[in-house]
Ligand binder design. Structure first.
Ligand SMILES: [Zn+2]
Length: 454
């Protein structure tokens, strides 16, 4: 999923205008407002609102879109009304999807228009020349009057740009219409029963959004072994609409996760360096030197039952490592940045990789079906170093993971690791000013839920 940067503000900052006010929360971003067709659009927005609210009827779900201004998408074809034909004359619309091998002159012939007209349009001006760049799969929308003469032609040049060619009594005029994206902020809440994914679904989240949520907390929470029934999450995130229609999910602006008795919160923030990242309320980055679970949990969590898990500490004592049962082929990540000091095969460990990290830390990964790094290679955190398998002494596909600190095996979950970098001191005040209201919103979501349960 790619979101056009131009349509969404670079900083999360401008989205909150009135700290502490729920109404401030939904801020559609509108770049221009041509061709407004207010009545239809307002109705459409209300439908969209009703649609979102209906998600909130589900258990554990709290979706509260509140508009402080209704989004008014552009409706490019409305500019046809400028011809004065609507109402006085019925126009016939032909949508033509360009097929491979078709030519513009062939298409014009097919719809009953002359080559002379095509030539005058193509050479009319720079905008109209865009028509010659038409590609298979593009749609051309012709509107014809009762005499079969062209009234207008619309060509969607790109996702956000449409070329309109008006033709009125032999007169050609052109117009470029820019479709608008609106970003709405919504909030939701989930309580985990079977898995993070099923809770996410109940909360109205796509699997991709669940992964985005989990990734925010992947330095603090082991989403494979530590998730329990009753764990909760809340988030405030973007939904991107184009011309009033849902297009895609955007970014998570703030989220909280309660894992067993530990509560984590994160806020997306741009400290001015151009790179947005998630920070804890104290201004420390959520990114830490080591991931909690060094593998892609999306391969695992969908069918695991947290209620059946044994306490992890027992396993750790039993054989100095943590075993992650996972399907063969599940990508395994470098838990932290470092250098591969071993990438080899033997009959006990199967395909295995050892990584040397700063501060006397070594991590070991055993039983791969396939290794993805070579000895001596530098790896980044979360780089794929191999794939889960059952090579060596293994009864089934799993990752055996060891964390060694100054030569001693440690439980990576409980070992004291260096704290994440905080924001620079001179940036702290601005961060708190930004984070306070959005964290307040997050707390409201949680309190709202508690109030409903009581
Ligand atoms: Zn093991």
């Amino acid at each position: 999923m790619v979101i056009k940067a131009q349509a969404i503000p670079n900083k999360a900052n401008p989205t909150i205008k009135q700290p502490g006010s729920v109404n401030s929360f939904i801020t559609p971003f509108i770049r221009n407002k041509k061709n407004l067709f207010v009545v239809a659009t307002v109705l459409f927005s209300l439908f969209a609102l009703a649609d979102m609210l209906s998600v909130g009827a589900d258990a554990h779900v709290d979706v509260r879109p509140v508009y402080n201004q209704l989004s008014i998408p552009d409706t490019p074809l409305m500019s046809f009304s400028e011809n004065g034909m609507i109402g006085t004359e019925q126009l016939k619309t032909i949508h033509h999807v360009v097929k491979k091998g078709e030519t513009l002159s062939g298409i014009f012939t097919d719809v009953g228009l002359s080559q002379g007209l095509l030539l005058s349009i193509a050479h009319f001006n720079e905008d109209s020349r865009l028509l010659t760049k038409v590609m298979p799969g593009n749609t051309l929308t012709f509107q014809m009057n009762h005499a079969g003469e062209l009234a207008s032609l619309a060509y969607q040049v790109s996702e956000f740009k449409t070329l309109l060619i008006h033709h009125d009594i032999g007169q050609i005029s052109t117009e470029i219409v820019t479709q608008e994206q609106q970003v709405h902020l919504v909030s939701t809440h989930g309580v985990i029963d079977h898995s993070v994914f099923s809770a996410g679904k109940k909360a109205g989240l796509s699997d991709k959004m669940v992964m985005d949520l989990a990734n925010i907390f992947s330095w603090d929470i082991d989403f494979v072994l530590e998730i329990r029934a009753g764990d909760q999450f809340s988030l405030i995130y973007e939904k991107v609409y184009k011309n009033g229609e849902f297009l895609t999910d955007g970014r998570i602006l703030a989220a909280s996760f309660t894992n067993q008795d530990r509560h984590y919160e994160a806020v997306l923030y741009d400290d001015g360096s151009g790179e947005t990242q998630y920070y804890a309320p104290n201004g420390r980055s959520m990114k830490k030197a080591f991931l909690r679970a060094p593998l892609n949990f999306s391969y695992i969590s969908s069918n695991f039952n947290p209620k059946r898990l044994h306490p992890v500490t027992k396993r750790v004592k039993a054989h100095r490592g943590i075993d992650y049962s996972a399907p063969t082929g599940t990508p395994v990540y470098a838990a932290g940045a470092g250098k591969v000091i071993r990438s080899a095969y033997n009959k006990y460990n199967g395909h295995h990789v050892f990584i040397q990290h700063p501060n006397g830390i070594v991590t070991k990964y055993l039983h791969f079906t396939k290794r993805a790094v070579k000895q001596g290679q530098r790896v980044k955190q979360k780089q794929t170093i191999g794939y889960v398998g059952a090579t060596g002494l293994a009864t089934g596909p799993h990752l055996h993971y060891e964390f060694i600190y100054n030569g001693v095996h440690r439980n990576p979950r409980t070992v004291d690791l260096p704290k994440a970098e905080p924001l620079a001191k001179d940036k702290m005040a601005a961060f708190h000013d930004y984070a306070r209201p959005i964290l307040g919103q997050l707390h409201n979501i949680n309190q709202g839920l508690i109030a409903r349960i009581e």
